[in-house]
Design a protein around this ligand. Structure first.
Ligand code: KG4
Ligand code: ZN
Length: 338
């Protein structure tokens, strides 16, 4: 087995994006993204949601090409790789299996270490592309499937301090965009339409105001959007009002959690972290807020390579080749103090 891995390939096929990225791990733990190729499947659009079996098949058809493109971007040959990481969960099991088996096979053929990566840990480490991440910090993962707030008191320890009670933040962006006829994915569409709307035109009540905990809820905003839509609100006004309320609840709750946990650094990652209004609002908080670099917010392979690099830096043992794919895989490994 080769030692001292330097170029790490990362694969994510957890849902409907085939992602392959390459990062370089420099001495001292510095990382550099060399390539990040994502094939976003379009086949699902006609069904209004992701069809798991179709997602698996598309991954099978695309993964070779996406890997070839990523290696070409990085200027590397497959034999230059020193480690392989692939998402093992959470996600669609059939889809996960494609990248996981591909990654394991590749690692075995090259005789390099293999790391099974957690999808949410990948989202968090996507921010390592922009700044060095050293625990302790707080991590807000906001995507189409997750709205989770983790305290990370030390490397590899994740305490869930809050999560959504209902819809994920990105899911709410997507559903309200669909309702308003703004298209898919909803996040960028809402963000764009919001710039032309009046955020005061539709009354959106900020969810869970006055709560002591750090939970999120987006179903009330969805209902408010539906009622306003039926009453004739414009898509732009809906977008502006919803985006402001969603951003406020995410930022306020995260800031309170950072204060409660005594953290000065906050990582904000996942697809919704691409949102401009959210980034601007976090910039006003006085906290050190780290976002993933361009193209690393939504699902991708480079974030998995970064999670692999972090595992190597932390001296974690490689995974065995019997690591399986899991649909449900909580990241928290330490219960929150009650
Ligand atoms: O991280 P991701 O690719 O997938 C999951 O792991 O779920 O996140 C996709 C989500 C979608 O719901 C999409 O609407 C949202 O991220 N998103 C955004 C923006 N760009 C993508 N939400 C708000 N503003 C954006 N600019
Ligand atoms: Zn994701």
């Amino acid at each position: 087995m080769k030692t001292a891995p330097k170029r790490i390939l990362g694969i994510d096929t957890s849902c409907d994006d085939t992602g392959v990225g390459v990062v370089e791990l420099l001495p001292g733990g510095h990382v550099r993204v060399l390539a990040n190729r994502v094939w976003s499947q379009t086949v699902h659009a006609q069904y209004g949601g992701v069809m798991p079996e179709l997602a698996s098949r598309e991954h099978v058809e695309r993964i070779d090409q996406i890997m070839g493109d990523a290696l070409a971007d990085a200027g590397l040959k497959v034999s230059d790789l020193s480690a392989v990481a692939a998402t093992s969960g959470p996600g669609l099991v059939g889809a996960l299996l494609v990248g996981l088996m591909y990654g394991k096979g590749l690692a075995q053929a090259l005789d390099v270490p293999f790391y099974a990566a957690h999808h949410l840990e990948g989202h968090i480490f996507a921010a390592a592309s922009e700044a060095e991440l050293h625990a302790p910090y707080l991590a807000l993962v906001v995507s189409g499937g997750h709205t989770h707030l983790f305290d990370v008191p030390q490397e590899g320890e994740y305490v869930l301090v809050g999560a959504t009670r209902d819809d994920a933040a990105g899911e709410a962006f997507d559903k309200i965009a669909r309702l308003a006829g703004l298209g898919y994915p909803g996040g960028p569409a809402i963000s764009e339409a919001a710039q032309r709307g009046n955020p005061d035109a539709v009354p959106f009540k900020e969810p869970l105001q006055g709560q002591k905990g750090f939970e999120f809820s987006f179903s009330g905003l969805k209902t408010a959007a539906l009622l306003a839509h039926k009453a004739g609100a414009t898509p732009e006004d809906l977008a502006a009002g919803f985006e402001r309320a969603a951003v406020r609840t995410l930022v306020k709750t995260t800031v309170r959690a950072a204060q409660a946990c005594g953290r000065e650094t906050v990582v904000v990652s996942g697809g919704v972290a691409a949102n401009r209004a959210l980034r601007e609002a976090f910039a006003q908080t006085g906290l050190r807020v780290v976002f993933p670099g361009k193209g690393l917010n939504t699902d991708n392979g480079a974030m998995i390579a970064l999670a692999g690099a972090a595992a190597i830096t932390a001296g974690r043992a490689p995974s065995t080749l019997d690591a399986g794919a899991t649909a449900y895989a909580p990241l928290a490994n330490t219960p929150a103090a009650s």
